[in-house]
Design a protein around this ligand. Structure first.
Ligand code: FAD
Length: 466
């Protein structure tokens, strides 16, 4: 409880009188336990926020993807009155669905929601040189492949099992509180199956809000969080013949080259009975379909006879938003902008940030018995930045060095053949820690990298002459 100890320095503070805290209600349909009574306190020592009596802190989580599901479960388990609002309960988020091994353990995911355990990865260069990576994996190590409609539903159901109320609704806007501890009013269209397709307009008072509503977050807009640069990612789910599927049983492919993307990579990821083929770009968004066609062409022999069963596209944030927190509203996952460069990975970071933000609220509110304020939520941001900033930075640099031209990509693929590079890459990916290196191997790697880049540069000059 480090934050509790820290808050004691806030000193003695006079609490607000009770009539400054109106009862919390769901405006159009009050649930039974909406009455809130803040205990009248003349002096509060140590904590800056008043105690709540009569019910617990109420938090709305907007969005039921991995960020929202994980946040809602943690809140509910921590004694918070939790409302999770998801606009589409059978949503199939466009996504490659690759998750690191540590997510399976940390989020206690059952193995039957993981379609494939990938232990082999082919990295394929612009000139179609394929390097097998994964040889350094230990027998129990793998990359999980999930379908998002399965993972997201599982996490949401688990949150509901822990006590969260899951509402099928579209969050539309929020009204800001009239004073420091007054409630936010959130507005949403509830799809209860009884009112037509536009749903029933509902308003609800809540003490805090977690915006887990993805890349186009309305919560982010509501707090003026600012924009981020984004990639557009395109994916086709392709059902391929069984004999072709055997090849992808535990294998995934990554293609690099100007043809598949000027600044990202193309992928073929295996799912239960199909493969997901996709690509993305920040710099040349209007050409995304051309890049997708090129990715399919590169993999054509292996997906021959395949039938496209789903076409999907979605933005991927490139960096965190300028603002991720305002008063009692915090952003997590894609809404905050937590996708890594180079790999385009965001599922683990979404779930992890949702959980961390919820933990900060549970801790700050002493299991839902106190109000929270911005300083409680800020603990989440500080912990997040301290833990993951190096990971984001390293991947940002890697992307800048290796994804900038075809010769640099050839050098990158060449480097991937090195067992030490493979081990470092996989350890960092699977366990989400920037793996500590071996100084001698690091030196060798630096020399090899420079060698590869010099060769790449020479090659580029030669090609330019041609
Ligand atoms: C094509 C593609 C491939 C990708 N591949 C991978 C990969 O292989 N591995 C990986 O780790 N990451 C991948 N990513 C990134 C990953 O999909 C995201 O980082 C991740 O989904 C973020 O989770 P989230 O919970 O923050 O947001 P989301 O998953 O976007 O969830 C947001 C949820 O909020 C709901 N919602 C939105 N607005 C509202 C509203 N107003 N009211 C109520 N509900 C709302 C949505 O329906 C959705 O369910 C990929 C992304 C794309 C686009």
């Amino acid at each position: 409880m480090a934050s509790v100890a820290l808050k004691s320095f806030a000193g003695l503070r006079q609490s607000s009188p009770e009539n400054n805290h109106p009862p919390i209600t769901v405006l159009s349909k009050p649930p039974p336990s909406t009455q809130i009574h803040y205990r009248r306190l003349n002096v509060v020592a140590g904590k800056s926020c008043p105690k709540i009596t009569g019910r617990n802190l109420r938090v709305a989580v907007i969005g039921g993807g991995p960020a929202g599901g994980a946040a809602a479960e943690t809140l509910a388990k921590g004694g918070i009155e939790t409302i999770l609002i998801e606009r589409k309960l059978d949503n199939a988020k466009p996504c490659g669905g690759a998750i690191p091994l540590c997510m399976v353990g940390e989020f206690d995911l059952p193995l039957d929601i993981i379609d494939r355990r990938v232990t082999k990865m082919k990295m394929i260069s612009p000139s179609n040189v394929a390097v097998d990576i994964g040889q350094t994996l230990k027998p129990h190590e793998y990359i999980g492949m999930v379908r998002r409609e399965v993972l997201d539903a599982y996490l949401r159901d688990r949150a509901a099992g822990a006590g969260a109320t899951v509402i099928n609704g579209l969050f539309t806007k929020m009204d800001k509180p009239s004073d420091k501890y007054a409630p936010y009013i959130i507005h949403y269209n509830e799809y209860d199956g009884k009112v037509g397709s536009t749903g029933k307009k509902v308003s609800m008072e809540v003490d805090a809000i977690i915006g887990a509503d993805g890349a186009n977050s309305r919560v982010a807009k509501s707090i003026g969080a600012g924009d981020y640069e984004y990639a557009i990612a395109f994916q086709e789910r392709i059902k391929i013949p069984n004999d072709k599927m055997e090849y992808y049983e535990n294998l995934a492919e990554m293609y690099v080259g100007d043809d598949v993307s000027p600044d990202f990579y193309g992928w073929v990821f295996p799912k239960c009975d199909h493969v997901a083929v996709g690509t993305g770009t920040v710099t040349h968004k209007p050409d995304i379909k051309k890049f997708q066609l090129a990715t399919r062409l590169r993999a054509r022999d292996k997906i021959l006879g395949g039938k496209i069963i789903r076409v999907e596209a979605h933005p991927i944030p490139e960096h965190p938003r300028p603002r991720r927190l305002l008063e009692r509203v915090a952003l997590v996952g894609d809404a905050a902008g937590y996708v890594t460069k180079c790999s385009g990975e965001g599922i683990y970071f979404a779930a992890k940030s949702g959980r961390m933000c919820a933990e900060a609220i549970v801790e700050g509110s002493e299991n839902g018995t106190r109000m929270v304020d911005e300083s409680d939520l800020r603990n989440y941001l500080q912990k997040w930045d301290k833990t993951y900033w190096p990971t984001y930075k390293v991947l940002d640099i890697l992307q800048k060095v290796f994804y900038r031209s075809n010769p640099a990509r050839e050098a990158f693929v060449e480097m991937c053949a090195d067992e030490y590079v493979q081990k470092m890459t996989f350890d960092s990916y699977l366990y989400k820690k920037v793996a500590p290196g071996n100084p001698l191997e690091d030196l060798k790697l630096a020399v090899n990298t420079i060698g590869s880049l010099v060769r790449a540069n020479a090659l580029r000059k030669e090609m330019a002459k041609i």
